[in-house]
Design a protein around this ligand. Sequence first.
Ligand code: SAM
Length: 253
Amino acid sequence: MAQRVRVAFSRRARHYDAAASLQKAVAWRLARHCRDLTLPSGPRADLGAGTGLLSSALEQQRPGSTLLRLDACAALLEQGEAPGARLLWDLNDGLPESLGGAALLVSSFALHWLENPAVSLRQWCDALGPGGWLALAVPTAGSFPQWRQAAAAAGVPCTALVLPEVRQLLAVVAPRLDLRLGAPLRFSQNGPSGRALLQRMRAVGAGTTATPPLGVGAWRRIEAHWAGGPGGKRLSWEVLMLLGRKPQGRAER
Ligand SMILES: C[S@@+](CC[C@H](N)C(=O)[O-])C[C@H]1O[C@@H](n2cnc3c(N)ncnc32)[C@H](O)[C@@H]1O
């Protein structure tokens, strides 16, 4: 799965920034939350940085600060015109030692691609130094209700990627960080058809799932059951926005 994810993002790397409107909006919003944070000294990194939408937004809103852009996909890392350093790294292997005692770890739309998001999230919390901050945006299990309902009504499996539960992620961070923000937000896109909405997701390389692909007939049935309104059809994301600080001097648990 990890290899397929990398290949899919590599194929679409040149088109990522132009197609990633949702990711841009979320990155800008998360960066705003980080704009005025008081940071201790220590490493700063964007985990699963891709082309660096989040680190760039943060560097624009917080002039003078640069972040290490870390990602498993070389083609995406090469797209960004980053002032900061880049590191080709598979987050399924944990974090590099150089990020121990981190002052700021940020990540947007990346955690859900990892093999065990809860385990990785715990590693990220544990890598923070005292007073260090974690800023995270991740799509969660309440995403794509329209797609799920259409698939259920059509009697066809929903082949969406399995996304982590908000509850499960909050259970990891709550004992480790003082949370300033930890709420799921809803983002929606409208389009002429369910197919067109899913095509937008594939356009950024984010179409990989663990389930076998459906045939044309099954997709037709899903489309027929995908509820529409005056604005066309809709696809919604539930995105957990999380901002937390490692307490000064708290022992790791
Ligand atoms: C949807 S993109 C988000 C990129 C960027 N954070 C943004 O907001 O635009 C998901 C990113 O996660 C990266 N990714 C997926 N699996 C990874 C892994 N195992 N290790 C490191 N990065 C990974 C992908 O290469 C891709 O850059």
